[in-house]
Design a protein around this ligand. Structure first.
Ligand code: XMP
Ligand code: MG
Length: 198
């Protein structure tokens, strides 16, 4: 795994240990809340793998729901203009909502999501993100729990994809030279899925 094009950032044990810590802290925060009032909201698709591990690590009475968004292509990536592609299936008024993100980068997506959910009058709204890239922040946005801080490099694995590829890689990798992926999106497939090797 020492292809210079892709660097192991966090291995499976490290991720699992950190997710257990986050889960314990989250469970402590919500302990004693009225039963049936906590909803964990995953942002599809990136946070699905993190959320699956986190909900078992946070042993509290909680429902799960998902929201899916996409950036308006016409405004370009990073414009912060997003649209809801799949909304929550439940009302969140009066509920305690914990929004689970895979990564907070510029903060534009999370700012939009928080504003949208806050308008529905939840009892509380907190956020947990697996990865924070603070160097990239354009908008300050409150994040209650951060799994790992990461450098300003493109990341892959544990839910994070490049054009839909690499999401199910169990570890987190960084790609210092993202131009390589742009040229050939499957360039790291042999490296990260060893059974596809020559
Ligand atoms: P913002 O900039 O709005 O971005 O905070 C959050 C969303 O951008 C995507 N993102 C990434 N996806 N590797 C990825 O696979 C990365 O390094 C990365 N950085 C940002 C992601 O969808 C996130 O929800
Ligand atoms: Mg993505």
């Amino acid at each position: 795994m020492n292809d210079p094009g892709v660097r192991l950032l966090f291995g499976r044990d490290e991720i699992s240990r950190r997710v257990r810590e986050l889960g314990a802290s989250i469970a402590e925060t919500y302990a004693g809340h009225a039963p049936g009032k906590l909803v964990l909201v995953g942002v599809l698709k990136g946070s699905s793998i993190f959320l699956a591990d986190l909900i078992r690590a946070a042993r509290v009475d909680a429902g799960v729901d998902f929201i899916s968004i996409s950036s308006y292509a016409s405004d370009g990536p990073g414009s912060g203009v997003v649209r809801i592609v799949k909304d929550l299936e439940q009302e969140i008024a009066g509920k305690h909502v914990l929004l689970a993100e895979d990564i907070v980068d510029t903060g534009l997506t999370l700012t939009y999501l928080r504003k949208t959910l806050q308008a529905r009058d939840p009892a509380s709204l907190r956020t947990v993100t697996l990865i924070d890239k603070p160097a990239r922040r354009l908008l300050p946005v409150p994040v209650d729990w951060v799994g790992f801080e990461a450098p300003d490099e493109f990341l892959l694995g544990y839910g994070l994809d490049y054009r839909g590829i690499y999401r199910n890689v169990p570890e987190l990798f960084s790609v210092p030279d993202v131009a390589r992926l742009a040229l050939e999106p499957r360039t790291f497939v042999e490296r990260l899925y060893p059974q596809h090797g020559p």
